[in-house]
Design a protein around this ligand. Structure first.
Ligand code: SF4
Ligand code: SF4
Length: 123
């Protein structure tokens, strides 16, 4: 009986630890994405020429997963069509930095890089 109770306790502790890990991971993703967004906007101010040169090497297509539009906070203009594909409700006037994502092999939200449809030559 004591052994059974101990096993239950271990399971409970294990599940609490798992939840803490998940929450920590989400917080980590949220803040790193927020910082990254600030960084890439600043970067555009100082590195326009480099950005427009490097983006020419971009291959592939946007898969319209929409994940980059809510990497940290969900963009208010993000919508989805009946097939679950993302739609930008201000597509024609969307910010330049949206069109320029990702402008080189480093310009990815780190947790989205493996699933993004855009790739660079050396990957
Ligand atoms: S993460 Fe990549 S594939 Fe998905 S919407 Fe953004 S640019 Fe497109
Ligand atoms: S403006 Fe459009 S493309 Fe840019 S983050 Fe919002 S939904 Fe995405």
């Amino acid at each position: 009986m004591t052994e059974f109770i101990n096993k239950l306790e271990i399971k409970k502790i294990h599940s609490i630890v798992q939840k803490i890990q998940q929450v920590t991971q989400r917080i980590d993703i949220f803040f790193s994405a927020l910082l990254f967004q600030a960084w890439r906007r600043t970067s555009y101010v100082f590195n326009k020429r480099e950005i427009y040169t490097s983006i020419k090497r971009r291959k592939g297509d946007c898969l319209r997963c929409g994940r980059c539009c809510h990497a940290s906070l969900k963009c208010q203009h993000l919508g989805y069509d009946e097939n679950g594909l993302s739609l930008c409700n201000v597509y024609d006037q969307k910010p330049l930095m949206c069109s320029l994502y990702p402008y080189n092999e480093s310009d990815y939200f780190y947790h989205l890089k493996p699933t993004c449809g855009y790739k660079y030559d050396d990957e």
